[in-house]
Design a protein around this ligand. Structure first.
Ligand code: ADP
Ligand code: MG
Length: 672
């Protein structure tokens, strides 16, 4: 148990301040880490360069003079003497100089401007030794200043340092020469050198990851022990025979993933698996074989798609695939005719439908299955956790497969998806021509018009993507409506132009998509609604306006739309943004076609919440650890966590496991 702030001798007033940021005891206070350090060092004048941050002791030789140029703004100037040099000091907005005396010693912190001029940030009568050194900088609030944090930290540490114990088992502490917890806390909050800080970080990061992986491990064990289902009964050869009808064979990774899924279905542990693979890597077929195995085992299954268009597309391709089998498959979505809907619901409850594909419409309460055995959710990041849960509750003990087209490296996936098992498709089917991607630093259609005319002339089709639907004064970006109007004028009936966006009714969207699918529309202007899984093999060009406004993974998904057929796809990224970072970020897409590399880069730049949409499902947030920088520590901590869980006869190991159990409610699964 950690000492309360009260027992650490902190005043009532301050305790109340810290409670507001959820800090109630010494442990929580010590985990309030500095986000950077100010490192002030004495240096001699001859080493000063223009722009250097300098700290020095000097003697005041002229009375300060102050000019006020508004109520709160002023410039104060004075002269000092240091090491036989006369320096001119300027300080802003600090007009209170009446207590300064000629010949007084001052310590000045500031920036050297060259030519014996210094812009001071601060001056004081303190001794220079009190000012140089390393000072942690914490994030502050309106009421909690740096000074308050420093003082409270110091007091709490003095009063509780004898009670601080190690959580990391001794064996690992000595194996990696980590610091004792008390030293780690001392060195992170009161460092003498920057080396102290890195030593402390090494220990504290390891501890943070170790605890995380122990918790994940416990969760997984909890799930494994608790949930038992009837194993599904099917013959592997029968399942794979479905592929014999196809014009291609499974890739190695597809084959392995199918086997992993079939093993899960056949075991009596409930499947809770993530299938991740790049756009076009063939995840649908893998999932379909799982659905087929469920059918062979006389159970129903459901496939959840994020949009109506995609649900229908899945319906068509699965219908094709299952044609030789006699399996009955239906699709359900909200905009459909209510009589048809009624019929489907009836067939479903009677067990006449084997696979139901649909949008979130299939989550509704009136959708009742006879014996639901498996659920697949496509493009899972589009669904909320609640929706998935509702669907799973439609069956007794349902096997669950999530599909993600934003594949991430394995270690990261284990960390982010916690207690899920993971299947990864890394290799693409060999018949794929990688999309050619071109960055055009101009936000204008006219820079690509010749290429476009050529493609249209060859009877190929084109997507044009805008980041906004209609004109919006908050964003300086091209919008679908304007682009649509302009291009209609430009092509003037030579080719048909269509418009697709989220504000249209499902019927309107459907119509436009069908027209595009059937090549009745050649140029489709759209928002990112087409990002998710849409398949029009004859479309070979995608033009993306204001490309800098999209995430890398999203752009990669978008260009995945034109890698569907046998034509050479070309993706034009248009932007007139001049920001160098934005441009460099976009250039990642020119360098690689590998979804793993792209998502890694994207995750590094934007963080997992934005990309995987897992914010609501609890992406772990590490206080010190960095998922991308600390891979060595992460890997070691994972291995050690397994070992610790296995060897709980060792006292230290049991201690850390018990403390994690008592800190967590492990009945809540990680994805909840
Ligand atoms: P995604 O992983 O993006 O969902 P899909 O499952 O939609 O990809 O597959 C894209 C296309 O690739 C489909 O037309 C599918 O029939 C085809 N496909 C799947 N597996 C293979 C394979 N092993 N070889 C060739 N084409 C394949
Ligand atoms: Mg897909």
């Amino acid at each position: 148990m950690s000492k309360s702030l009260k027992d650490c001798g902190i005043t009532k007033k301050r305790i109340e301040l810290f409670e507001k940021i959820n800090i109630r005891n010494a442990d929580e206070l010590f985990s309030y880490y500095p986000f950077r350090y100010e490192n002030l060092d004495k240096s001699v004048f001859k080493d000063w360069n223009k722009g250097d941050k300098v700290v020095f002791e000097a003697t005041l030789i002229s009375y300060p003079s102050t000019y006020r140029y508004s109520r709160l703004k002023s410039i104060t100037k004075f002269k000092v003497f240091m090491e036989d040099n006369e320096l001119e000091i300027v300080i802003y907005n600090r007009p209170w100089t009446s207590n300064l005396k000629i010949n007084q010693k001052l310590v000045i912190v500031g920036k050297y401007e060259g030519l014996n001029k210094v812009t001071a940030l601060n001056y004081s009568g303190k001794s220079i030794d009190d000012i140089v050194g390393i000072t942690p900088v914490y994030s502050t609030t309106k009421d909690i200043t740096q000074k308050i944090i420093h003082e409270t930290m110091k007091k709490a540490f003095e009063n509780s340092k004898n009670d601080i114990t190690n959580d990391i088992p001794f064996e690992y502490l000595s194996k990696y020469k980590l610091l004792n917890k008390v030293d780690a806390i001392r060195k992170i909050h009161f460092p003498q050198t920057m080396n102290d800080v890195s030593l402390a970080l090494r220990t504290l990061k390891y501890e943070e990851f170790l605890k995380f992986y122990i918790a994940i491990n416990l969760l997984k064990k909890n799930n494994d022990n608790k949930i038992v289902k009837n194993s599904k009964k099917f013959n592997y050869d029968d399942v794979f025979s479905l592929v014999n009808n196809l014009s291609f064979t499974l890739t190695k990774d597809q084959f392995r993933s199918v086997n992993e899924i079939l093993d899960d279905l056949q075991s009596n542990k409930i499947m809770y698996r993530l299938l991740q693979g790049d756009v076009g890597s063939g995840k649908t077929l893998v999932a379909a074989l799982g659905l087929y195995a469920t059918y062979l085992s006389n159970e129903q299954s459901a496939l959840l798609a994020p949009t109506e268009i995609l649900a229908k597309q899945h319906y068509e391709s699965l219908n094709q695939l299952f044609k030789p089998t006699g399996l009955k498959i239906k699709v359900l979505y909200s905009s459909m005719n209510s009589q048809v809907k009624k019929d489907i619901l009836k067939e479903l409850i009677n067990g006449e439908i084997d696979i139901l594909i649909g949008t979130h419409a299939i989550i509704q309460e009136n959708v009742v299955f006879k014996n639901l055995g498996m659920v697949v959710a496509d493009e899972q990041h589009r669904f909320g956790v609640e929706q998935r849960k509702k669907l799973l509750e439609k069956g007794e003990k349902v096997d669950f497969l999530l599909m993600s087209a934003t594949p991430i490296p394995r270690t990261l996936a284990i960390t982010l998806y916690g207690d899920m098992d993971i299947s990864t498709i890394e290799t693409m089917p060999s018949n794929r021509k990688p999309v050619k991607t071109v960055l055009i630093q101009e936000n204008s259609f006219y820079s690509v018009i010749n290429d476009i005319e050529e493609k249209l002339n060859m009877n190929e089709q084109i997507y044009i993507i805008c980041s906004i639907i209609e004109e919006n004064e908050n964003f300086d970006a091209r919008n679908t409506i304007d682009v649509y109007e302009n291009l209609k004028k430009y092509f003037n009936g030579r080719y048909n132009v269509g418009l697709l966006h989220g504000k249209m009714s499902p019927e309107e969207k459907e119509d436009v998509m069908n027209l595009f699918s059937n090549n009745k529309i050649q140029i489709l202007i759209s928002t990112t609604v087409i990002e998710v899984g849409i398949n029009v093999p004859n479309a070979s060009v995608i033009i993306i306006y204001d490309a800098h406004r999209f995430g890398l993974s999203q752009l990669h998904q978008l260009r995945g739309r034109i890698q569907r057929g046998d034509k050479q796809g070309v993706c034009y990224l248009l932007t007139d943004n001049k920001n160098k970072e934005s441009i460099n970020r976009l250039k990642v897409l020119l360098k690689t076609n590998n979804g793993f590399d792209i998502s890694s880069e994207d995750l590094r730049l934007r963080g997992p919440g934005d990309i995987l949409g897992t914010r609501q499902s609890g992406v772990p947030s590490f206080i010190l650890g960095d998922l991308f920088e600390d891979t060595k520590i992460i890997n070691q901590a994972r291995i050690d966590a397994n070992e610790i869980i296995k060897n709980q006869n060792v006292h230290d190991n049991k201690k850390i496991v018990d403390s994690i159990i008592s800190d967590n409610d492990l009945n809540i699964t990680y994805m909840d």
